[in-house]
Design a protein around this ligand. Structure first.
Ligand code: AMP
Ligand code: GLY
Length: 431
């Protein structure tokens, strides 16, 4: 089978790498891809219009793709999966209507309410007066979310009333501005990716992401600075609980509404004293969690994604996993996330990949006129370490990160640290 992957991040590099390892996959193409993906697949760097549904459907037809896998959310929200499917080509990714589960937080809340899915109490506000009322109802810590897509940067969690009001005012300032003020959910966060064909739901292994830029969860939110899997501290029946109470009811509700969801329903959860609650849904694989999760997946990925895209996920046997743990550390450009500086020369990748159990995935990289690898985006690389346990996997990942040179580049030094030390706890249940 020939697979076309849309996107250019480390998540897409991880997808391409896993697809290329599938014996049933003969060829992987990536649009536009990046210099790392180019080492394992055929990149189409000129194909940058990945949010243009007609252009992507044409491309899928032209290259003879048997399966299209959409990485980022923007093409999904724009209707790329619809356009590809209309040409009769299987596509792993939801329709624009179903992708609203990510594109609109207010819509996600409505679906959850209908499906009885546990989440934080939320107030959808369109005026400053409504915001003030909602903030006084929820109390601190305040959680204020922009309703639209904001690449993980539209959320403010703070104790400062003025800052919460300012963020809300800023979001409301836009045409059709809408903010969600939400109850604060206490407890460690988990990302669980659930593959679905609209009916059958197949969960992957849970992972934990590190969203803040600085060690100890300090500084602004980012797209994600690192991730690990498995979660030795999580309740053993976590995946089952999330499947039963959250993922399956949500997929069923979307189908009932006439907007079946095909692709990956990303469940962003807080494990609270009252069980798992949804913080957010996304309509795509998470980045960087995918880099850790796919490093552990033993089942060939292409066959599973194709079965999902063709509505045959019920035929797929239980997924097989490596016993190894995986830790991903993101290397970011100077100034990320506020003002990433591109152009810095990246060196030491071969030395990094030489560390046992390590592979390096590219995100914001490019070749300059002299053929040198340079930073071309905020998150530049994902360094994935695997090993028999989290401590070994993280030690290997950090040894590799230490071999990479990017002037002014930065990374967090505490990815998976608390988990490796057994210091993550789930609040105990209240009756
Ligand atoms: P989101 O864009 O909804 O994923 O939010 C980004 C981050 O803000 C999450 O990963 C959480 O760390 C934090 N967050 C969002 N909603 C809540 C909430 N209700 N309670 C606590 N933290 C939250
Ligand atoms: N890792 C967070 C995200 O992909 O949204």
């Amino acid at each position: 089978m020939k697979v076309l992957v849309l996107g250019s991040g480390a998540r897409e590099h991880a997808l391409v790498r896993a697809l290329a390892l599938d014996p049933e996959v003969d060829a992987v193409l990536a649009a536009p891809g990046n210099p790392g993906i180019d080492l394992v697949a055929r990149c189409l760097p000129e194909e940058t219009r990945i949010t243009d549904p007609a252009a992507m459907a044409d491309l899928a037809e032209r290259v003879g793709a048997d399966l299209v896998v959409v990485g980022p959310e923007a093409p999904l929200v724009a209707g790329v999966a619809d356009a590809v499917r209309e040409r009769g080509i299987p596509c792993f990714g939801p329709s624009a209507d179903a992708a609203r589960i990510e594109g609109s937080k207010a819509f996600a809340k409505e679906v959850m309410a209908q499906a009885g899915v546990p989440t934080g109490l939320a107030h959808v506000c369109t005026t400053a007066a409504e915001v003030d009322e909602a903030l006084s109802a929820t109390g601190t810590p305040y959680v204020v979310k922009d309703d639209g897509l904001a690449a993980g940067k539209g959320v403010v969690v703070c104790d400062d009333l003025e800052r919460a009001r300012e963020h809300a005012a800023h979001c409301l300032d836009r045409p059709d501005g809408c903010v969600v003020v939400e109850e604060y959910l206490d407890g460690p966060e988990v990302s669980l990716f659930c593959l679905t064909d609209g009916t059958t739901v197949l969960p992957l292994a849970p992972a934990q992401d590190f969203k803040r830029v600085g060690d100890g969860d300090t500084g602004p939110n980012t797209g994600g600075m690192g991730a690990y899997s498995p979660l030795p501290w999580a309740p053993p029946d976590l995946t089952e609980q999330v499947l039963e109470r959250i993922a399956q009811p949500t997929v069923d509700e979307l189908r009932r509404r006439g907007t079946p969801f095909t692709g990956v329903l990303y469940c962003g959860l807080a494990l609270t004293s009252r069980g798992p609650r949804v913080i957010e849904f996304n309509a795509r694989f998470g980045d960087p969690e995918t880099q850790s999760v796919l490093a552990r997946l033993r089942t060939p990925l292409g066959q599973v994604l194709r079965a999902a895209a063709e509505g045959r996920l019920d035929e797929v046997p239980a997924l097989a996993w490596h016993d190894d743990a995986a830790v991903t550390v993101v290397v970011a450009a100077p100034g990320y996330p506020a003002d990433p500086q591109t152009g810095g020369v990246v060196e030491g990748l071969d030395e990094a990949a030489g560390v046992e159990g390590v592979h390096v995935l590219h995100a914001g990289t490019a070749r300059d006129a002299r053929g040198r690898l340079v930073a071309a985006g905020g998150r530049v690389l994902s360094v994935v370490g695997t090993g028999p346990d989290l401590a070994t996997a993280r030690q290997r990942a950090y040894e590799a990160v230490g071999r990479i040179r990017l002037p002014g580049g930065h990374h967090r030094s505490d990815i998976a640290l608390a988990a490796a030390e057994g210091a993550v706890t789930v609040p105990s249940p209240v009756e």
